[in-house]
Design a protein around this ligand. Structure first.
Ligand code: APR
Ligand code: PHB
Length: 388
């Protein structure tokens, strides 16, 4: 089998890359180790920044996002028993949409299907060959058959635990990492929204976040021990923790409902450079991870593949690899700003067990500064909507 671009991984990065290339008349094949049903139902994050919304709309996959996603013009920072609104629209002219990542996946898979795009689900034993030559290839197993795809390029969009990053030339690689001493306990709840906008709350007991999925399903998180088990958390214990962290002086309370999903995720910041080696290019979580506090993960996957698709397009249109050569530098500019922002939001809002009383007061004062200063609130808002 032959194609122009072999794409490993059907997450937001791989699927969107395949779709963008198709719109430019460039062929690709997507290889995914999980089933279609699995990728279309795995619960992940859900905030699309303005540029992501615009891109999905411009490339024809924004219909359901516009109809079913929740367009938000602001969010709230809660601390010391009060809530403070960050007016995203007023401060930046931009907004965000809360729309689950697996819904984006469904829309992209449907678009690839409708265009006759080739996707192999449930593949095994994926291996890369000749990434440092002009004739790279991918071998894999599908339905008990050994297959091979010869390509011009390979895109490693296979997430943090994928095989593409380890297959990169090791010489000159540098990884940057920070692992946080806490995780997020996430729940899905059958309930109406507790508030019209997202609430990011700092509390001595730990961070909490009130997000949404639909008029009848809500998403909430609270800071926890990353090694804790969901089995230790009864529904009652979860609600009392959320009430304690989110209670406020105006008497507002989070609305309870039936909890139908619980999970714990660890938190890390990670960047692996360079993002390319020969004809192999990494995009999304395969190359970098952000803690979810800045809501940037899916948006970075999207911005990587937007840059990569342009480079590949220039290669075929003009016979030039000038943009492709610049891919790592161009992608990392945005990645590092998002790394900074995600680290900053995480540091400002979470409880650190080893923080001294001085550090705790300075952390609170930082939040006071952000909500008191239009300049600081604007900087936060610009980063949040991705206005850079
Ligand atoms: N072969 C084929 N597919 C693979 C392999 C492999 N060896 N290893 C992993 N995959 C698949 C995974 O099953 C997954 O569906 O690659 C896909 C990678 O998708 P994501 O992890 O969603 O990564 P990405 O597309 O970069 O999107 C980043 O995902 O984790 C969130 O917060 C993150 O929102 C961000 C987004
Ligand atoms: C989510 O709704 O899953 C969500 C929202 C905001 C974040 C992270 C996750 O910062």
């Amino acid at each position: 089998m032959r194609t122009q671009v072999a794409i490993i991984g059907a997450g937001p990065a791989g699927l969107l890359l395949s779709h963008l290339l198709h719109l430019q008349g460039i062929e690709s094949v997507v290889l995914e180790s999980r089933t279609r049903a699995e990728i279309e139902s795995t619960i992940r994050a859900g905030v699309l920044e303005q540029g992501t919304m615009d891109l999905l709309n411009d490339c024809g996959v924004g219909v359901r996002m516009r109809a079913e996603g929740a367009l938000h013009h602001g969010f709230e920072l809660a601390f010391d028993g009060r809530r403070h609104r960050i007016d995203l629209l007023g401060l930046t002219g931009k907004a965000i949409t809360v729309y689950a990542q697996h819904e984006v996946i469904k829309d992209l898979v449907a678009a690839r299907d409708a265009a006759g795009g080739q996707m192999f689900f449930g593949v095994r034993e994926v291996a890369l060959h000749g990434a440092d030559t002009d004739t790279p290839a991918v071998s894999f197993e599908h339905g008990g058959q050994a297959l091979r795809i010869d390509a011009d390029f390979i895109a490693g969009c296979d997430g943090f635990h994928g095989i593409a990053r380890p297959a990169m030339a090791q010489q000159g690689r540098q990884d940057y990492q920070r692992i946080y001493p806490f995780g997020w306990f996430g729940i899905l709840v059958e309930a109406p929204p507790s508030a019209p906008e997202l609430i990011y709350a700092r509390h001595e007991r730990g961070f909490a976040l009130v997000s949404t999925r639909s008029p009848t399903v809500q998403r909430m998180y609270f800071q926890c021990d990353p090694k804790d088990s969901v089995d230790n958390w009864s529904d009652d214990r979860i609600w009392s923790e959320l009430h304690a962290r989110l209670e406020n002086r105006e008497g507002w309370r989070v609305t309870e409902g039936k909890i139908f999903q619980k999970n714990i995720v660890g938190m890390r910041s990670f960047v692996s450079t360079p993002m390319q080696s020969g004809r192999l290019f990494l995009a999304g979580d395969a190359a970098h991870i952000v803690p979810p506090t800045g809501a940037k993960g899916m948006n970075l996957a999207v911005s990587d593949v937007r840059i990569l698709a342009r480079g590949i397009e220039q290669f075929y249109r003009q016979g030039s690899d000038e943009r492709l050569q610049r891919y790592t530098g161009d992608a990392l500019k945005r990645v590092w700003r998002a790394e900074y922002f995600s680290w900053w939001m995480t540091s400002m809002l979470h409880t650190f067990d080893d923080a001294s009383p001085f550090q705790r007061e300075v952390q609170r004062a930082e939040l006071e500064n952000v909500v008191a200063s239009r300049a600081l609130a604007t900087a936060l808002a610009e980063n949040y909507v991705g206005a850079f």
